[in-house]
Ligand binder design. Structure first.
Ligand SMILES: NC(=O)c1ccc[n+]([C@@H]2O[C@H](COP(=O)([O-])OP(=O)(O)OC[C@H]3O[C@@H](n4cnc5c(N)ncnc54)[C@H](OP(=O)(O)O)[C@@H]3O)[C@@H](O)[C@H]2O)c1
Length: 256
């Protein structure tokens, strides 16, 4: 298998790909969105902050890349109707979706379980776990039209003290990715057109990281632009046969 962390796509490796990025305006999400656009993908930028989405849209358009699209949605407490609206907006503007990158995430408050507030717990579970579940469902009709659709979840192994809802939600997300990958593993001899994998990018300079480690030297974690390679790899033809794998920074790729 290719070393996903050092994968260098050809100049227009994603030229035929339309990719939705949830959490497009965040530190990692914007780096991945810009990289996907640079390698030729049509990107659908999904986030809750319309002004930030528009700024990113302008950057991509000014770079000469394909014209992006914007889908605003607040993933905290998004209703069935909101996801139906996303599904209809996608179907109204696109004929196919080749990639879905789940990069949105929220930390909430680090605290012992005993003292975790209901609102913090609900927010963490809603944004980090329920939203990827419902967004995947909303995108499914268009993903199924692709000859090679790829979904990528963003994980973070924090099943230890004080990570509360964030740690639990990310563990649940790993389970969701594994179950989906298993559902889409075709019987021998049949071709797969849907695959699902996950990336754990390791420590990155971002709002989320600063909230978790406020005393840390802000320059220590990696620049998110240095961690986009596995997302590009998993969207590309080079990973056509890769399903159910976790790419964790600093470790060998392994099954979810
Ligand atoms: N940073 C790290 O060290 C690290 C390590 C491992 C994994 N990760 C994972 O990497 C991913 C990206 O995180 P990041 O470090 O780039 O953090 P970030 O800069 O804080 O980005 C988080 C993104 O999620 C979005 N988001 C949060 N709540 C939302 C909501 N209710 N509705 C819609 N969007 C919402 C944010 O939008 P707003 O800008 O509008 O808030 C932002 O776009 C996350 O899944 C995180 O768990 C990060």
């Amino acid at each position: 298998m290719v070393d996903a962390w050092h994968y260098t796509p050809g100049p227009m490796a994603l030229a035929q790909r339309t990719v939705l990025i949830a959490g497009a305006t965040g530190a990692l999400g914007s780096a991945v969105s810009l990289a996907c656009a640079r390698y030729g993908a049509t990107v659908v930028l999904c986030g809750r902050n319309v002004a930030e989405l528009e700024k990113l849209y302008d950057r991509i358009e000014e770079s000469g890349a394909r014209q992006p699209a914007i889908i605003p949605v607040d993933l905290e407490g998004a209703s069935d109707t909101d996801y139906q609206t996303v599904s209809e907006a996608l179907a109204g503007g696109l004929t196919v979706l080749d990639g879905l990158l789940h990069i949105a995430g929220t930390l909430g408050q680090l605290s012992p379980i005993e003292h975790t507030a209901t609102r913090q717990w609900r927010r963490a579970l809603s944004v980090n776990l329920s939203a990827p579940f419902f967004l995947t469902q909303a995108c499914m009709p268009l993903l199924k039209r692709s000859p090679d659709a790829s979904i990528v979840f963003t994980l973070d192994d924090k099943t230890r003290a004080y990570w509360a809802g964030y740690g639990v939600a990310k563990a649940g997300l790993a389970a969701l990715a594994k179950i989906l990958a298993d559902e889409w593993d075709p019987p021998p001899g049949e071709t797969r057109n849907l695959r699902v994998n996950a990336v754990d990018p390791g420590p990155l300079r971002s709002k989320l990281r600063r909230a978790a480690y406020p005393a840390e030297n802000a320059q220590l974690p990696a620049d998110p632009a240095e961690r986009v390679a596995p997302y590009l790899y998993l969207l590309s033809e080079a990973s056509r046969d890769v399903n159910g794998m976790l790419f964790c920074h600093g470790q060998a790729a392994r099954a979810l």
